[in-house]
Design a protein around this ligand. Structure first.
Ligand code: UDP
Length: 321
């Protein structure tokens, strides 16, 4: 049985990834420090003998847990705060040093582990490496437009460093590593308190509170349902011959935030109003992945429509709020 390490395995995307890997009969080691991950996301796996949890912070030296990290075949490195919301305790704005450390020192340690174990390695990067992009859609060869010292830089530059060190290990040590740039993903297991637009709008609509639109709402995002994002991660990891590959993973269907708010109103049947609040600093004006590379090289095609995915997400929040 092949052994897979998932860092951030109790997080939103990580928990779905663990579930999928278990369904395919992999032995799964979930590593999480529960900064933004949650025990409830992995509760269903606790009784599965192929699943184990290491509660640890990989910004600390991993020698302390070395005996639990032997003979690993695949490493998915997802651990990192990911929400930009300044009001949320779990966001990268509230955890700036942790975010820089997990993507730099944390990534370095995991690449050393991959080298030692001859594991295949996947680094979960982000569409944030494009910053506030001046081209749309964003293609992997675009270098981005990032403020190197603004508030978002801890995440943007953290992810850019993570990509750089991943490629350095490919070039210098021939580690079989790949990079995915994950675009806005939504679905069950999202935290209700991390301030992302999807969870905010759904919860506000369900609680009959006005939807908080930042800026004029003319900025765009392209939303991917979590099962499609997980399928992208799986294809990136398990397709042979992709060493050093960099892939946008997301859904290219683009909406303005205002269109998105209107859709949430429709799908929840809520009559709430919109309130307009300040746009956060360096908030990207447009974001839409060009996924031709993943399509051509991995056969990646997202299949869940926004309406379908949002219905499932609304159902999830309906039960949990
Ligand atoms: N946003 C909004 N209202 C909210 C939360 C977010 O209008 O209550 C906007 C935010 O300014 C951004 C977009 O929605 O333009 C997506 O924000 P999110 O925090 O989900 O992630 P991002 O794509 O910025 O990383």
């Amino acid at each position: 049985m092949q052994k897979v390490l998932v860092t951030g395995g109790a997080g939103f995307i990580g928990s779905h990834l663990c579930a999928f890997l278990l369904s395919q009969n992999y032995q799964v080691i979930c590593l999480d420090n529960f900064l933004s991950g949650r025990k409830v996301n992995i509760k269903a796996h606790e009784s599965n003998s192929n699943f184990s949890l290491i509660e640890y912070d990989i910004t600390k030296p991993i020698d302390a847990i070395a005996s639990k990290l032997e003979a690993i075949d695949f490493i998915f490195h997802l651990a990192s705060p990911a929400s930009p919301n300044k009001y949320s305790k779990t966001s990268y704005l509230s955890n700036p040093i942790e975010t820089l450390s997990v993507n730099s020192f944390g990534t370095h340690q995991l690449l050393d582990l991959a080298l030692k174990n001859k594991s295949r390695f996947l680094y979960a990067s982000s569409s944030e490496v494009y910053g506030d992009p001046s081209i749309s859609p964003q293609v992997e060869s675009y270098f981005g437009n990032v403020n190197p010292n603004g508030p978002r830089s801890v995440y943007d530059e953290g992810k850019r460093f993570g990509e750089a060190i991943t490629m350095a290990f490919v070039r210098k040590y021939d580690v079989d590593a790949r990079i995915v740039r994950i675009f806005n993903t939504y679905g069950p297991n999202m935290r209700e308190d991390d301030g992302r637009v999807v969870s905010n709008f759904i919860i506000q609509a369900l609680q009959n509170k006005p939807l908080t639109i930042y800026g004029k709402g003319d900025q765009t995002r392209s939303f991917s349902y979590v099962s499609d994002t997980v399928s992208g991660l799986i294809k990136t990891m398990f397709t042979d011959g992709q060493k050093g590959g960099v892939f946008n993973i997301g859904n290219p269907i683009e909406k303005t935030i205002l269109e998105f708010a209107t859709l949430i109103k429709e799908l929840t049947g809520s009559k709430v109003d919109f309130v307009y609040e300040d746009l956060p600093q360096d908030d990207p004006k447009q974001r839409k992945p060009d996924i031709s590379n993943a399509k051509d090289r991995l056969g990646y095609v997202p299949s869940v429509t926004l309406e379908e995915g949002l219905k499932k997400t609304i159902e999830y929040f309906n039960k949990s709020v």
